[in-house]
Design a protein around this ligand. Structure first.
Ligand code: HEC
Length: 157
């Protein structure tokens, strides 16, 4: 685990190359479809690629799911993702629910390998970060709980 972490942190020296913390990182996330610098015939699907086709959002947020999501985050995501807009290994999560659709977020979480190969916005991030997010083996419910936590972190209610 330690070793893995060190490996992941190595690209820290490249923070600037990774767009670390500055606004360009946020802006680039705004329009995953339009932003594609890769020449591909099919336009990007704002829902990403994977099994998640439609997410029903809760209003108000389900606090039990928020808490489960937070636990999963602490355990499996916090080493690489901060809750601010600061990039560490991966992008900070602040504002992520405004930049991305709920389906895209869940597909990125559950189907990261395919997303990094085929989704233009994900590929763009990989080019900046130079680290492949490892699959965290979450269940669909886990990923949904993490999404609920992200919504909470973005001040949604
Ligand atoms: C070892 C580091 C690492 C861990 C652990 C990790 N990620 Fe990531 N994540 C990344 C990197 C790096 C990226 C950017 C894409 C790339 O380069 O692979 C990313 C991107 C993302 C994105 C897209 C971010 C955006 O701004 O669009 C989501 C969503 C995401 N991760 C969810 C998760 C979830 C949920 C967990 C925990 C279950 C998690 N990640 C754990 C490294 C990690």
């Amino acid at each position: 685990m330690k070793k893995k972490l060190i490996l992941c942190l190595l690209p820290l020296g490249l923070l600037t190359a990774c767009g670390g913390g500055d606004e360009t990182a946020d802006n680039s996330g705004d329009k995953p479809a339009a932003q594609s610098m890769i020449e591909e015939d099919a336009p990007a699907d704002p829902k990403g690629i994977g099994e998640v086709k439609h997410v029903e959002l809760n209003s108000p947020l389900n606090e039990e799911m928020v808490n489960k999501g937070r636990e999963i985050y602490d355990l499996k995501c916090s080493a690489c993702h901060k809750l601010t807009d600061m990039r560490v290994v991966g992008p900070g999560w602040k504002g992520i629910t405004d930049r991305r659709t709920p389906e895209w977020i869940m597909n990125m979480t559950l189907n990261v390998d395919v997303m990094l190969e085929e989704d233009p916005a994900a590929r763009e991030m990989l080019k900046e970060c130079l680290v492949r997010m490892p699959n965290q083996n979450l269940t669909q419910q886990d990923a949904r709980d993490v999404l609920e936590f992200m919504l909470k972190n973005d001040g949604k209610s």
